[in-house]
Write a protein that binds this ligand. Sequence first.
Ligand SMILES: [Zn+2]
Length: 266
Amino acid sequence: MATIGKKFLEVGGWFTALVSLPPSHLGFDNTFNSYVKAFEVVASECRVAKELGLRVVCFAGIHPAAVEDEISRQPKQSVKVLEKALAVIDYIAKLIRNGIVDGFGEVGRPHYRAIPEAFVVNNMVMVHTLTLAKDLNAPVHLHLEQGGEATVIDIVKTIKTIDVNRNKVILHHLSVATAKASQDRELVFTIPGKYPILRECAGLLKPTYMVESDFIDDPRRAGVSSYPWNIVENQKRLLEEGLVNEEYLYRINIDTIVKLYGVQPP
Ligand SMILES: [Zn+2]
């Protein structure tokens, strides 16, 4: 985190939301205790980022891909995996109450074809998380299938049923079509900071969204999405090309973040 954080600050970065990596990325197994260890790792990385001078919001979650991976290997163990996942989410709620982390993330549903048992377990985990998030008034980063309007209609309904604050439910890494559908129904979301996506969204969306690198701090897969400094470079390019103005960039990079995460502006 120290190296990445410094480089991000150098290009003008000021805010980061860090989410926990699945235990398997850290060389652990999938047990409850390994999740506890993975959350210690993210909390300590968040402290490092804060000490560097970044504003930081810290998330712990149980990634849908990790749930899918476990269940696809042992579909008969689905209920055991569900019970563990719910216990992990309850544990995260405790960490939030104690001020160790700020929110839940990532949780949700896989973006690729998953076996039905994994899909339904992940959905139950998501509903449980949103229910706890409501009481804690904590933010949630949702990782979802990119189902365009269908995904968005389902999430809007779920938010209404649970009665959770919709500004606390952040749909992460959306495709352009799902982003558009989300904005039309007033959901909050991020898009990946790759140049072609930023360019398309700049012409299509009002500046109520956020941009993320989805950077994976895993040496085996570093930069699999993009690097945090790339999202700064790509937005500068849009500005130079006259595709956005400063006001637009100010709103997505500062206004929206301040409003959604309740952090102090830079
Ligand atoms: Zn994700």
